[in-house]
Design a protein around this ligand. Sequence first.
Ligand SMILES: [Zn+2]
Length: 540
Amino acid sequence: MTYADQVVLACRVHPMAPDAGVAEAVAVRGDRIEAVGSRAQARAWIGPGTTVTDHGSGVITPGLVDAHSHPVLGLRMTAGADLTGVTSPDELRSALATAAAATPSGAWIQAWGLKPDAWPAPGPHRSWLDAIVGDRPALVRFFDGHAVVASTRALELAGTAGLADVLGPGLVGRDAQGLTGVVREPAGLAHLDAVIAPADVADEAARLHALLAAMAATGLTTVHALDLEGDALAVLAAAEARGRLPVRLLLSPWCGPDLDVDGWRALVDLQRRSGERWAVRGVKLFLDGTIDHGTAWLSRPDRWGQSDVSLWPDRERYAAALAFFDRHGVATATHAIGDASVGCALDVIGDLRRAGSTLVHRIEHIETAPDHLLPRFAEVGAAACMQPTHCTRYVAADGSDNWSARLPEHQARQAWRTRDLRDLGAIVALGSDWPIAHYDPRQVMADAQERRPAELPDAAPVGPEQRLTARMALEGYTTHAAAADGLAAELGVLAPGARADLTVFAADPLELPPGELLTCPVLATYVGGVPTHRHADLPH
Ligand SMILES: [Zn+2]
């Protein structure tokens, strides 16, 4: 071969390609990988114009891919006070009082990341919020992004009362006193977001750049954003005008049940939009909401008599939408948390496959699923996209949390069945779903191996039989994440022709105990051969 533009060396390289052994060097030409081999082989690749970077004792893996995240929508979802560390009503009261004091009068008081268990009994209601914020508009977002509690003034400003009948009690909570202030799911939340002061595109672009730089520092090189709402295209253009994005973004706009064929066609047209490091890819559909808020679709109602309907009232319409996108070469991602949703998505994807489809359609979350559904993922070629830290960070092994308490025990025990799906031959792509959980892939990969917070060795695991091996966890962020997006030859692998996206760890993620993987430094990340992160203190 002719000399490479760039050669990157390390103690060990895990190409993650079929039949590829361990290597020590990667040759790059332009933004693509030209060869992977030993240090001895690399000598022949190095000419007078070749840039050589030796990461010494570092270990190179394919650039990590977060299969499900919300880096753009999350800019809005994380407006205001961060409640992710709040665990009790007292802490919540004081955090909201602080947020209210810090918010200029007239502006919306906002907070995000709340765990349902932190709200005082008998459960979320605007009266408790009003007692803290008075006659001011306030919005408290739950951690899962699928529900909020709005203050009385916020409901008035948004005209929620007038919409309550249209949206129904599943989306706008009501009790004997009227509206409870709880509003759920995209259709319910959209009307509240519409009245909150529009975000500043330049400000969001700056925040997006900073967020992606922080993500690159944890080893991420591609993030699949399961949203493209509001001003997202303008924010992306403004962010790229500030400089190259530190992480590649794939973005999937939402297809709600209210869209007609013209709406579907517009989503197909959107697939042409791209920038240097971002591209619209795929469409996201919500078959259900979340178990925590009673909006999942289970085969039987939960213990509160909820979570027994789909957000798509007409199954045939959902099937028609998937068939339309499939026909136009657009892969879909279906949010399906409850077992009825998962079964419905598998049925529809199976019909497409039998009709000759070759696209990989994805099913997101799969929080509870019975035995009989699991083999069908591999049979119909549907990719499972799962978030292990939703399990390890929000569900307790003793069943004392809100998620477990709502489910019949047998369903709570069928939680996040990552290992069963892998053992049955399914594609299992992993993701963080940031800001629902932290974006750090080391945390997700470590927790996936332990089924508990990896930094807490004494915590009881949730479903320990679902532990992934270190290799399966890394595959979830490399080969399987790429396969779930139909990009197996491009991303998540170090092989000739693939994008030169690399993650360089200080130690081997396939050998580290998960508790040490959490804090293992990322020496460098490369996107298309260009460094997007370099560790400040360590040699690289
Ligand atoms: Zn999500």
